[in-house]
Design a protein around this ligand. Structure first.
Ligand code: PGA
Length: 254
């Protein structure tokens, strides 16, 4: 099981931008980075509608795109859902699964295992599986038991990861959008345990590549703390990915 071949910086735009602003931001990024030599991989995750437009421009080796979620089901009578088939058609390389906002507001806790199964068994799209504890769980010293339980649940329908690339995003819920960032020591501890979990759980059936990224209030004053940390394969960036100038600095210097 190798680490990702390139460090990865993932922009989670959430539902912060409307269609027009998403397209404008995407075009700006494309202009800034398409032809430039950069060592890091950039991934943007716009909302579904913008994604369908943005993917026409983003045939670039520097910049990949993906979705913020996926239906747990295959094509069928599921009103309002977006299928894996559509993501494949659009050329998505990545999909975010189990983000804490989806767990909190859309009960994703219940569907995470089916979503992970759908993506892993039916596509080569790389899942970015989010895990992380909330503040009271952290204070109670339960960080690892929460993260471990989330990992167990997410992979509960998967036996074999051979040939796959998997990304786990450790995003403490209390750090998301709060301006509070976890200490690099704590990040190293959790990332190390995540790696150990995958190694044990999939012994003999390990993924080809495992990336473990950190997310939660990554910004101009904190991203460099993680760039020298070998336990961190990359970053999942929310707020700071919405401004080209800030996001460019992170991409260029991580
Ligand atoms: P943030 O969001 O960088 O704005 O904290 C990160 C995320 O939720 O993925």
């Amino acid at each position: 099981m190798k680490n990702l071949s390139q460090k990865i910086i993932i922009a989670n735009w959430k539902m912060n931008l409307d269609y027009k602003s998403s397209i404008a931001l995407a075009r700006g990024l494309f202009k800034a980075f398409d032809k430039k030599f950069i060592t890091n991989k950039i991934v943007v995750l716009p909302d579904f509608l913008s994604l369908a437009e943005i993917c026409k421009d983003f045939r670039s080796k520097n910049i990949s795109y993906g979705a913020q979620d996926i239906s747990p089901f295959s094509l069928g009578a599921y009103t309002g859902e977006i299928s894996l088939e559509s993501l494949k058609y659009l050329g998505c390389k990545y999909v975010l699964l189990g983000h804490s906002e989806r767990r909190e507001y859309f009960s994703d806790e219940k569907s995470i295992a089916l979503k992970v199964e759908n993506v892993i068994k039916n596509s080569d799209i790389i899942p970015i599986i989010c895990v992380g504890e909330n503040w009271s769980q952290k204070r109670a010293g339960k960080t690892w038991s929460i993260v471990e339980a989330q990992l167990k649940e997410a992979f509960s329908k998967i036996k074999n990861l051979r040939g796959k690339t998997i990304i786990i995003a450790y995003e403490p819920v209390w750090a998301i959008g709060s301006g509070k960032v976890v200490s690099t020591t704590d990040v190293s501890i959790v990332h190390g345990k995540i790696k150990e979990f995958i190694s044990k759980r999939f012994k003999g059936f390990l993924p080809e590549e495992l990336g473990i990224v950190y997310g939660g209030s990554v910004g101009l004053d904190s991203y460099q703390d993680f760039s020298e940390n070998n336990d961190v394969s990359g970053l999942l960036v929310g707020g700071a990915s919405l401004k080209i100038s800030d996001f460019s600095k992170i991409i260029n210097n991580f």
